[in-house]
Structures are given as structure tokens and as C-alpha cells.
Design a protein around this ligand. Structure first.
Ligand code: ADP
Length: 237
């Protein structure tokens, strides 16, 4: 403890509330119904959405579209060799991404269908689950799936006893608390909340507020990415 924040600056030069560089693009995979690409810090992630497609297979619902999600880290996404077999962590993250997005979507318009979300991590950094959620929501909007609002996610946490926004990989691993959160801002809802570590109730409340401010900034990037695909092309003509 004691070397992650020096004179109010973090190891990568950021202030306590600064996000890492964030780049988002919509419509990056032509075969998919909707797609996106995100660079958040050193994360590089593609998301492709297929469906809703009719299905009579076991697991479909008469009431709504059923979402399936696969989060996958490519074997070259980390400096350690990663087994190609799905790890426990990948299975967990696939589920939390699915759950974080489901409540944003209006799925009862598509009974007896499946909606597949593929998340492919090309390069992995801290907060890959949050970046995946932010990007997947853009891909779902790009696929034209009706939604209440976009979902955006960020990991806040505590390092050297101080609350910070958007943990880097080093802060995630060496800090005291990692708290990934996803927001459905228009509905005033939190759709993902995980916490690794301990903080006081007061710190927790402040951390959630800091994450919400960050989510508002991320939402602007999501809207820009979608706007770029759908509006700029029209303007150019
Ligand atoms: P998140 O990516 O959402 O922060 P974790 O906290 O579980 O998820 O992971 C922290 C970081 O650990 C990841 O960003 C990734 O860079 C690294 N990591 C995860 N799995 C592996 C692995 N199998 N090999 C090497 N590094 C990994």
C-alpha cells in the first residue's frame, strides 16, 4: 500500500475521477444484426449480436426472446497463456453481462426467439466485464432491439485508501476494492453490482455516485458511436 496514488495522481497519470481513454464504434461486423468495438484502457473488445431468430429448441419462451451470451478471451489477449476452454471466470462473466443487459431490453415483442450476444476480448485489461457491457449495449441498439435505455458499466474502487473511478489492471489487482457497476440511467436502475473487498457504507454510497457520473460520460460516447453510424452518413449525402 502507498504507491498507487502519489500527489493525487494515479500510476498512469490520471486524476481520481478520470476515465481511461475510451473509443467506441458501432456496426463493425457486417454479418451480424448488430455489432460494436470498444477500446477502454488497454481492453480491445468486439461484440456481435445475432437474432432475434425463431427457434423451437428447448430453452425458448412463449413470452419473450431468450438471451444467450458468450464472453470469451482470445488465447492471445493476456501475457499469460490462456486455455482455450471456457474458464469458470468466463462462464461467470457471460452470465453477469447477460443479466446486466436483460432488464434494459423489451423482449416480449419476440416470443419463441433467441438473441445471441458474442463478446470477444482481443486484448484484456482491468474492467473487461464493464467494457463488454458498455459495448454490448451499443451492439444491441445497432441490432435494433427495442430498449428502455443504453446500459453503461464501469469499475470503481478503493486504492491506497482512496476512492477512484475506472480501475486499471494494476489498481484492480493491487487495490483494496473492485466494484464493477452497470447503470440503466433513464430508469434510475443498477443492473450489475459486484464487489471484491471491503468498504464502509459511506464509501460505498460515494463510490456509486462516482460511478454514476462516469456512466453519464460513457453514455455520451455510446450515443456518439451510434450517431456516427446512423446520422453522419445521412448528413454526408
Ligand atoms: P475484469 O476484466 O472485469 O476486471 P477480473 O477482475 O476477473 O475481470 O480480471 C482482472 C484482469 O485479470 C483481467 O482484466 C485480465 O487482464 C486478467 N486476467 C483474467 N483472466 C486471465 C487469464 N486467464 N490469464 C491472464 N490474465 C487474466
Amino acid at each position: 500500500m502507498g504507491n498507487l496514488i502519489v500527489d493525487g495522481k494515479r500510476t498512469d497519470g490520471r486524476g481520481l475521477l478520470d476515465l481511461r481513454p475510451l473509443k467506441l464504434e458501432a456496426g463493425t461486423i457486417k454479418n451480424a444484426a448488430g455489432s460494436s468495438y470498444i477500446e477502454h484502457g488497454k481492453n480491445k473488445i468486439y461484440v456481435a449480436v445475432y437474432g432475434p431468430k425463431d427457434s423451437h429448441r428447448y430453452g425458448t419462451s412463449m413470452e419473450k426472446a431468450v438471451i444467450r451470451c458468450r464472453y470469451h478471451m482470445s488465447p492471445f489477449s493476456t501475457d499469460e497463456r490462456k486455455s482455450p476452454a471456457p474458464s469458470r471466470r468466463e462462464i461467470e462473466i457471460s452470465k453477469v453481462i447477460r443479466d446486466a443487459l436483460e432488464s434494459s431490453l423489451i423482449l416480449d415483442e419476440f416470443p419463441k426467439t433467441l438473441l445471441d450476444i458474442y463478446v470477444e476480448v482481443l486484448q484484456s485489461d482491468g474492467g473487461s466485464r464493464s467494457a463488454s457491457i458498455t459495448a454490448a449495449s451499443v451492439a444491441l441498439a445497432d441490432a435494433g432491439i427495442p430498449m428502455k435505455d443504453l446500459v453503461e458499466a464501469v469499475a470503481v474502487g478503493k486504492v491506497d485508501g482512496t476512492l477512484v473511478v475506472d480501475l486499471s489492471d494494476k489498481e484492480d489487482k493491487e487495490g483494496e476494492v473492485d466494484l464493477p457497476i452497470a447503470f440503466l440511467l433513464n430508469e434510475n436502475m443498477i443492473t450489475l453490482l459486484q464487489m471484491d473487498g471491503k468498504m464502509t457504507v459511506e464509501e460505498f454510497k460515494e463510490a456509486v455516485n462516482m460511478a454514476k457520473e462516469a456512466a453519464m460520460k460513457i453514455k455520451e460516447k455510446q450515443k456518439e458511436a451510434l450517431g456516427k453510424k446512423y446520422f453522419e452518413k445521412v448528413d454526408e449525402k
